[in-house]
Ligand binder design. Sequence first.
Ligand SMILES: *Cc1c(COP(=O)(O)O)cnc(C)c1O
Length: 361
Amino acid sequence: MAINGIIDLRSDTLTVPTPAMREAMAAAEVGDDVFGEDPTVNKLQEMAAQMLGQEAGLLVSTGTMGNLASILAHCGRGDELICGDQSHIFFYEQGGMAALASVQPRTLPNQPDGTLRLEDIAAAIRSDDQHFPITRLVALENTHNRMGGAVLTPEYVKSVADLAHSRGLKLHIDGARLFNAAAVLGVPVRELTQRADSVTFCLSKGLSAPVGSVLVGSREFVKRAHRARKVLGGGMRQAGVIAAAGVVALEQMTARMVEDHANARMLADMLAQVPGLVVDLARVQSNMVYFDLAPELPFDAAELCRRATAERVRMMPTAARRIRAVLHCWVNADEARTAGQVIAAAVAQGAGKTAGVVTAY
Ligand SMILES: *Cc1c(COP(=O)(O)O)cnc(C)c1O
């Protein structure tokens, strides 16, 4: 199952299209999607909207484009958007909301479980005063990437939607890994999305499609987002070859995500047993395992990743002493176990080597 013989845990974006996707792509019925005439794109958009309990959908190139098109569709110049200080939309999207939408982020502390406190949100909403920007939008992230793949529940999403709506705001959900969240909770995905005003999710992560994200919302919202997509350069033509993989992703790849979560749990349990590694097992909820190198280990995260890479296990250092491993459909249970063994050996080997150098002095 490993991709090119490598157990690649750097990200679930490393997933490659499945054989069923490649077949569907080759056989896809296509048309010019800027004219709205690509039947496969239309099918994907309708499927996604239906699954998420919304009126309409829109295929976009990336999650970043989906978030920005959503912001452009909801907000005007100078409006304010409330989001987490660890959110992807704030942290990893090049400040697009400021640079291209003239929207000001108002960040609130993300709690360890990925939530924003309701009282923080309520306090951050601006009153009607000429000095203030207009608060227009609240953005949540589910699962939460930088908070370790934390899962937001339907109850929490509802409480934020109710608060936002009671104050005249809209709710956007960056659901890049939305289907992971639904799989963890064992609920239909619409329970996490039907109360939001817009939602984006990635086809190209754990769902294993090669390209694409979908955004959904009301018909009227999607009409505006469609316009925004065009100015962002996202009006694609025979995009059905991309959408075809997305249709297969939604049909075949969502239910199996529980396997990735079980493998993440197994890997986390293994790493928690390794002297020198620190894993907060309570924070391992979906397909991500974040772990730290204890202060006594005489090498850093980049070095440990180099050692693992030499044994064909790749991971991502996310800070000097922090590493991320992401499970996905191209890493099966045996390979996850192998990864755990390789990492344990790399820690032991690294510790021994450096200790030897130290005694030589
Ligand atoms: C990956 C990701 C995105 C952006 O997706 P791209 O397709 O890489 O632009 C947005 N939000 C979250 C939480 C992500 O993990």
